[in-house]
Ligand binder design. Structure first.
Ligand code: C6P
Length: 405
């Protein structure tokens, strides 16, 4: 890992914020983009821009080829069997809502859906809405004080009523890596399907959906060096084939008549309207970037950063570090134990020193209630972060403490 070479590819990192060199530690919210991704978007609009799957003319065909090449890169990157299993969406939230409607059409009154206490709101609210529509029941896997899922309770929640288990691979709020292999095996044992929210995992770990035997896996491009407004729904082909479309419109049809319409084959059945063509192509460029470094190498570097951050942060007096003893990746949450101090106070003082972290509930209010806090301060890493940046974070927290005492 040549960090200097890697950082040189990210133009945004080389600026000053409030007079200090930027220390960007908000990658779980959205990572920065390398030149290759930025250039890919610009050159698409400069040289190719045309609608896909609709034109006989050269540009339209070129755009179609590029977008389908990108779909193939996604397929390969996550180990799916067929490009028919890769649906472009606008992000993780869109992918989960698609499932809640489409797979949701198989859910009836009295059926059960299991989520965990560790979920992002995007993996809670769509299922609550589905339960309201259908009379299905939402069950929740509890967590312990550190943020680990209670797997015994999970086992006891599973029954023949369970139709879907929807949990994240890695928690965005605490960075906890969940035992998804075990979750998938246990859920399949009672005939339930499993959806894994991989928004915080795909940027950090190698993913093999076929090896995992997972039914659905969802993620966003913008957290893995790609553009915003692009996401993926992976689904096993036989399941996607059974599921009705989520939204209707152009290009998702085979034939439209006023008496009734028929739908296109996978994956297009789930992709109505003009997609985010530039963005979908640029996701391929983001995957090329990650592959050029090697996902295992990215993971190893980030593991070292996480271990270093834990080691340094626990040395700060009056600082609670969450999920300290658990296997974590990507994000680390902490709070200053000073009366009347909110995590956003810390966030603002760090920002004055050019350090970007996220503070608040991180769209995970149930986790915050479970921890008995309003919010946390969260630093999140990716491949371009350095040990020096963690030292600056620690220095910044010490300085904030003095100002807030
Ligand atoms: N978490 C964070 O700062 P979208 O916004 O659709 O790309 O992703 C939603 C989402 C779903 N699941 C998990 C585990 C996530 O982390 C996120 C996004 C960001 O933690 C923004 S709230």
């Amino acid at each position: 890992m040549n960090l200097e070479e890697i950082r040189a590819q990210f133009p945004l990192l080389h600026q000053k914020i409030n007079g200090y060199p930027l220390v960007y530690l908000d990658n779980a919210a959205s990572s920065q983009k390398p030149d290759s991704v930025i250039n890919c978007i610009a050159s698409y609009y400069r040289e190719i821009n045309a609608n896909v799957h609709r034109g006989i003319h050269t540009l339209s065909q070129e755009a179609t080829v590029k977008m389908e090449q990108s779909r193939e890169k996604v397929r390969d990157f996550i180990g799916a069997k067929s490009e028919k299993e890769i649906i472009f969406t606008s992000g993780t939230s869109h992918s989960i809502n698609l499932l809640a409607h489409s797979f949701g059409s198989f859910i009836a009154k009295g059926d059960e859906i299991i989520v965990s206490h560790l979920e992002h709101h995007s993996n809670i609210v769509p299922w609550q809405m589905l339960c309201q529509r259908t009379g299905a029941i939402l069950k929740v896997i509890p967590i312990d004080d550190q943020g680990a899922l209670d797997m015994d309770v999970f086992q006891s929640l599973l029954s023949s009523q369970t139709k879907l288990v929807a949990v994240n691979h890695i928690s965005n709020a605490l960075g906890v890596i969940n035992p998804i292999q075990e979750i998938i095996q246990k859920a399949h044992g009672v005939g339930a399907k499993v959806m894994i929210d991989g928004a915080q995992a795909v940027p950090h770990l190698p993913i093999d959906v076929t090896g995992l035997d997972v039914d659905f896996y969802v993620f966003s491009a913008h957290k893995m060096y790609g553009p915003t407004g692009v996401g993926i729904l992976y689904g096993k082909q036989e399941l996607l084939e059974q599921m009705p479309p989520f939204m209707g419109g152009g290009e998702m049809i085979r034939e439209v008549r006023f008496e009734g319409s028929t739908y296109a084959d996978l994956p297009f059945k789930f992709e109505p309207g003009t997609p985010n063509i530039a963005g979908n192509i640029a996701l391929g460029a983001a995957i090329d970037f990650m592959n050029s470094l090697g996902v295992e190498n990215i993971q190893n570097h980030e593991k070292k950063l996480m271990a270093y951050a834990k080691e340094k942060l626990i040395q700060i007096e009056n600082l609670t570090v969450y999920a300290l003893d658990l296997d974590t990746a990507g994000a680390i949450s902490f709070n200053l134990n000073l009366p009347g101090v909110h995590p956003s106070d810390l966030g603002m003082i760090l920002d004055k020193q050019g350090i970007a972290i996220r503070t608040g509930h991180h769209c995970t209010q149930p986790i915050m209630s479970r921890l008995g806090v309003l919010g946390t301060a969260r630093a999140s890493f990716c491949v371009y972060n350095t040990f020096e940046e963690i030292d600056l974070l620690v220095k910044g927290i010490e300085k904030a403490k003095q100002l807030l005492l």
